[in-house]
Ligand binder design. Structure first.
Ligand SMILES: Cc1ncc(COP(=O)(O)O)c(C=O)c1O
Length: 372
């Protein structure tokens, strides 16, 4: 197992697991100044639809009661949509809770969890909390998953492989062909989690789409969320689709009653045909805005990889902190991962002009090309 050195004593009066005491707490995107834009958490910039807000308000008179622990009505609704049984659907307090549940169900001390890196920043902590060991497989030079290397990293200690498409924060997707070739190399008793938090923003016809894979693999679970495309990040509701025995194991690891009546009401209201059509129109607006930003940044000379989520990855390397600070000073809060790059969510239209104006001045090598 990965050996984590215990931190210096902090005066804590109880014995803690050293690997947990050493874990950095989850770092949330900085809040935006009043006249600025928060582009640091891949949120949906649109306000809730009135019908969704009303559905949430309608749950208020019953907040003295516990919610339905299994979110049955929402599971039934999703089951119908995906052509599975309600027991093949698991609803959680955001897909990050579900990730924690599946990892805890399959991996413990001595076991390994493989994922690409850089990817979603929550993965390392969730693996450590489960007591398991992270095996990070570097992304390809084009910032996409190296699925060959991930398959080659599987050992008899591997219990979970996480595939994130589109990948947060680099934006690259896994194609259907790449994913199927990868699954052919994965033992059928090894759990594969396909994290599709941003799937609704994908416009690429070769992309993997978990929906088309349902029922084809006994070891595949698909994770999706209402946080991004459906704009419900604040209510915490996500779902998993997969084989019932794997979902049952994950159900056993859940903190009971994590999904509230307000969250399920909002999710159900968002799936109503008229509401969903409006929400997906908004997704289309964001996807187009992303394409426009991507094209403009390429034209400026930024080596941005393919962008398939509601965000863009700027490989700023050693200049990461400087560029992020310049954006912050202009009112744009982004997510910096020094010394690799900056993830910038596609937000309000007004934020785009500022973004492109500031970034044009900071294109690598532009000072040499245009001396002051
Ligand atoms: C790749 C990925 N997976 C899962 C999540 C979790 O989303 P939520 O817990 O809000 O459903 C996120 C959120 O940023 C993400 O980027």
């Amino acid at each position: 197992m990965e050996c984590v050195t215990a931190p210096e004593p902090t005066g804590a009066s109880v014995r803690l697991r050293p690997e947990i005491a050493a874990l950095p707490p989850y770092r949330q995107g900085r809040p935006a100044p009043d006249d600025g834009y928060k582009l640091s958490s891949n949120e949906n910039p649109h306000e809730p639809l009135p019908g969704v807000a009303e559905a949430v308000a309608a749950t208020l008179p019953e907040i003295n009661r516990y919610p339905d622990a299994t979110a049955l009505v929402l599971r039934e609704r999703l089951a119908e949509r995906f052509g599975v049984t309600p027991d093949e659907v698991l609803v959680g307090a955001g897909s990050v809770s579900l990730l924690a549940q599946f990892i805890a169900a399959a991996a413990g001390p001595g076991d390994e969890v493989i994922y690409s890196w850089r990817s979603f920043e929550a993965y390392p902590g969730l693996v450590t909390v489960a007591g398991a060991t992270s095996v990070r497989v570097p992304n390809r030079p084009d910032h996409g998953h190296d699925l060959d290397a991930m398959a080659a990293a599987i050992t008899d200690r591997t219990r979970v492989v996480i595939v994130c498409s589109p990948n947060n924060p680099t934006g690259m997707l896994v194609t259907a062909g790449e994913f199927e070739a990868f699954m052919a190399r994965v033992p059928s008793d090894l759990l594969v989690l396909l994290d599709e938090a941003y799937i609704e923003f994908v416009r690429h016809e070769d992309s993997v789409d978990g929906r088309t894979l349902i029922g084809r693999y006994p070891n595949l679970v698909i994770l999706r969320t209402f946080s991004k495309a459906y704009g419900l990040a604040g209510l915490r509701v996500g779902y998993a689709i997969g084989p019932e025995p794997i979902l049952d194991a994950a159900r056993a690891t859940a903190i009971p009653l994590g999904v509230t009546a307000a969250s399920t009401a909002a999710a159900l209201a968002s799936l109503e045909p008229a509401a969903e059509a409006e929400l997906l129109d908004r997704v289309e607006v964001i996807a187009r805005r992303r394409e426009a930003v991507h094209t403009a940044l390429l034209a400026q000379g930024w080596p941005v990889p393919g962008a398939h989520g509601n965000f863009i990855w700027l490989p700023t390397g050693e200049a990461t902190t400087t560029v992020a600070e310049r954006l912050f000073d202009a009112g744009l809060v982004t997510r910096a991962f020094p010394p690799e790059g900056i993830r910038i969510s596609i937000g309000e239209p007004e934020s785009v002009d500022t973004l492109l104006r500031i970034l044009e001045e900071l294109v690598p090598g532009s000072q040499e090309r245009h001396p002051a």
